[in-house]
Design a protein around this ligand. Structure first.
Ligand SMILES: [Cu+2]
Length: 289
């Protein structure tokens, strides 16, 4: 009866896990068209495998039960049955075909980064991400947020459970508009990293000297979290990814804010340079040096 207790415990765990929002046994459905297609493909292949399992184990168990020696059954002695061999070659071939065709279709679609509305370059660093918006000229680093960073320090007397999205929050999230095809170019400035947001359905390695690409078209606004998923050194576990999908209107406002900030910073720097140029004390210092 121990086995029944173990089985019940496993079922209980599975049900309990399902109740928790951030942990599920199955592949997430995700928030993009391709992530949903990948999920459907996963379910289709799972059910095909379940079907094969039921048939194969069914035949096996039936044969063991009904053709056993104790019942006085004697083994058949035939050799090479051409008809049977053709059948058991054709059936698996058809099954493989029924999985390969939809899988290839989805794969071709996920790799097709053409006709994108905009492009963002993602560069992995030890241990943060850099996002460069190729059209808008926005460029910033995205690192672990200060609260998580404080709580993770050795000897920090902060309960990680008290930190909002512990180790899954950043200072500057990647902001994208919804319903736009965004081409994401991924590379690295040092070692191999990997950019992964589970809700998008794919992940891509960030390789120094190479640019890999993928695309997303998110259909509902929200915050989607991910992590670096290629062991990249000491702080690999501390370079999360946060993507904020905004409506087009909100996205435009965000771009305007970022551009204004950048211009203000440029003017600031420009006036500092101008000040330095006209400041006689400073120019005298420069001459002395
Ligand atoms: Cu990493």
């Amino acid at each position: 009866m121990k086995i029944i207790r173990v089985l019940l415990a496993v079922i209980g765990l599975a049900l309990g896990a399902n109740a928790q929002a951030n942990y599920a046994l199955n592949l997430p459905v995700g928030v993009t068209e391709t992530s949903r297609e990948i999920h459907d493909l996963h379910m289709l292949i799972l059910w095909i495998c379940v079907g094969i399992g039921v048939v194969v184990y069914g035949v096996m168990v039936y044969s063991i039960m009904h053709h056993r020696k104790s019942k006085g059954v004697t083994p058949a002695t035939f050799h090479e049955n051409t008809k049977l061999e053709i059948v058991w070659t054709i059936i698996p071939f058809l099954i493989l075909l029924s999985m390969a065709i939809p899988a290839t279709k989805v794969m071709i679609k996920t790799y097709d980064t053409s006709k994108a509305d905009m492009s963002i370059k993602v560069t992995g660093y030890q241990w943060k991400w850099r996002y460069t918006y190729l059209e808008e000229g926005i460029d910033f680093f995205s690192a672990l947020d200060a609260n998580s960073n404080r709580a993770r320090q050795l000897g920090a007397k902060i309960d990680p459970a008290s930190v909002d999205h512990y180790l899954l929050n950043v200072d500057h999230p990647l902001v994208i508009p919804v319903n736009k095809k965004i081409r994401i170019l991924i590379t690295s400035a040092d070692v191999i990293h990997s950019w992964w947001v589970p809700e998008f359905g794919w992940k891509k390695d960030a390789i120094p000297g190479f640019v890999t690409d993928g695309w997303v078209k998110v259909d509902k606004p929200g915050i989607y979290r991910g992590q670096c998923t290629e062991l990249c050194g000491r702080d690999h576990g501390f370079m999360p990814i946060v993507v904020e999908a905004k409506t087009e209107e909100q996205y435009k406002q965000w771009v305007a804010q970022q551009t204004a900030k950048k211009e203000a910073a440029a003017i600031d720097q420009g006036s500092n340079l101008a000040d330095a140029a006209v400041d006689p004390a400073q120019s005298a210092d420069v001459k002395k040096n």
